[in-house]
Design a protein around this ligand. Structure first.
Ligand SMILES: Nc1nc2c(ncn2[C@@H]2O[C@H](COP(=O)(O)OP(=O)(O)OP(=O)(O)O)[C@@H](O)[C@H]2O)c(=O)[nH]1
Ligand SMILES: [Mg+2]
Length: 394
């Protein structure tokens, strides 16, 4: 599972990345601070199964605080995107290529409107962030289109003349973007295209086709960043009226809290509305944290944790599944509920068995819902937060 942070320069991608991963990366108020991509691990929140079993877990990956499990997710922070990037403007296509394997994107927007479309500082509130949403989606769609069109005339002619399946040859061509044959079939159906006559698909249809594939394979959540600035409020309202998944956030506030927690000045559980001061603060630290407190009181959180949770659980609809056994939640090393896996929607008991180990899948006998102790059918889809025991012949 990989989530990419995208957006124009200076929108706050690297600050968001830093707040999520605590990695040492450069952030600054000028465009193209980031050139090479940054990779690291952030975490999504899952109510930990330890609570239901009245026990304490020992996670092998990530961590758990007071019944909330933080499960690692790979994050990617790339260079800023400017209009015309797909044809080489700014840093061009390079960073788009860095995003090839991302399962979902978080579009970090400067909701305060204090940077223009190139990421240059302008008067606060003078740029309309709604335009940034349109430009970014268009750029990524055009990038998909450019990959689609590489060798298109040959590919489409072959499909028409020698009867090769366009779904198969396109899946091969687009495999680097994580596009599968089922995505292509779905797009053909949705757009009512004739798979036997791809050479007749119009330019408009090809763009719609590229857009459909992009929406399926690189869906986007909007992180309306810099909500701490006064001009953001109105823009966030407008963004939320227009788009479904908009999470107001302040990467800077989240970073302040994470760093203060790291230095043991406060207790803070990511995503929460409150923090508790436990160290001696100097005047500057106190002032910084007081400002964050005002923001938390108004918005309920800094929003950064919510943005990644929204990408994984609302946008991608992934499920968190804990492997376990009835009456036995430990692995062979004695770690209780050591794992929590993020699984695609529709994952069945048998898929999960194969995911854990090919032998479990091949020799599958049954699966048990450890919470209810009920047997689950092979083909039954699992649910978010399930604790599952796989009983196999080996
Ligand atoms: N007020 C405010 N400023 C922020 C926030 N997040 C980031 N910034 C500032 O915005 C500027 C750009 O931040 P970066 O994180 O470097 O932005 P970026 O999107 O990674 O920029 P590029 O790497 O150039 O594409 C910096 O001066 C940050 O301090 C926020 O939540 N509030
Ligand atoms: Mg950056």
């Amino acid at each position: 599972m990989q989530v990419g942070l995208v957006g124009k320069p200076s929108s706050g991608k690297s600050t968001t990345f830093k707040a999520l991963t605590l990695a040492e990366v450069e952030t600054a108020a000028y465009p193209f601070t980031t050139i090479e991509p940054n990779k690291g691990f952030g975490h999504v929140r899952v109510p930990c199964a330890e609570t239901a079993f009245d026990t304490t877990c020992n996670p092998k990956h990530g961590y758990c605080v007071k019944g909330t499990r933080f499960v690692p997710v790979e994050m990617l922070d790339v260079a800023g995107l400017v209009p015309g990037a797909h044809e080489g403007k700014g840093l061009g296509n390079k960073f788009l290529d860095d995003l090839r394997q991302a399962d979902a994107l978080i579009h970090v927007i400067d909701a305060s409107g204090s940077t223009n479309e190139k990421g240059e500082a302008v008067e606060e509130g003078s740029h309309d962030p709604l335009q940034d949403v349109i430009f970014l989606e268009t750029e990524i769609d055009l990038w998909f289109l450019s990959v689609l069109k590489k060798g298109w005339s040959k590919l489409s002619r072959e499909a028409q003349v020698s009867g090769t399946k366009v779904e198969e040859s396109l899946a091969k061509q687009l495999s680097g973007l994580d596009v599968k044959e089922e995505h292509i079939k779905d797009a053909i159906r949705a757009l009512e295209l004739d798979p036997a006559k791809p050479a007749d698909w119009s330019e408009d249809k090809l763009l719609a086709f590229a857009k459909h594939l992009r929406q399926q394979t690189k869906p986007i959540v909007i992180a309306a960043n810099k909500m701490d600035l006064p001009t953001s409020k109105e823009n966030i309202k407008r963004l939320q009226e227009k788009h479904k998944l908009v999470v107001p956030c302040s990467a800077e506030a989240e970073l302040t809290l994470k760093l203060a927690a790291k230095h043991e000045l406060i207790d803070y559980i990511p995503g929460q509305k409150t923090f508790e001061v436990k160290g001696n603060l100097n005047d500057k630290q106190k002032e910084g944290l007081d400002k964050v407190k005002v923001l938390l009181d108004e918005y309920g959180s800094t929003g950064v944790q919510q943005a990644i949770d929204t990408a994984v659980f609302k946008l991608l609809e992934y499920m968190a599944i804990f492997p376990g056994g009835v009456g036995k939640l430990e692995d062979s090393d004695g770690n209780r509920l050591p794992d929590c896996f993020l699984m695609k929607p529709g994952t069945t008991a048998l898929d999960f068995a194969f995911y854990l180990h090919t032998d479990f899948g091949k020799n599958f006998i049954r699966a048990v819902d450890v919470r209810t102790k009920r047997t689950i059918g092979k083909e039954q889809a699992l649910k978010h937060e399930d604790v599952i025991e796989i009983v196999s012949g080996k």
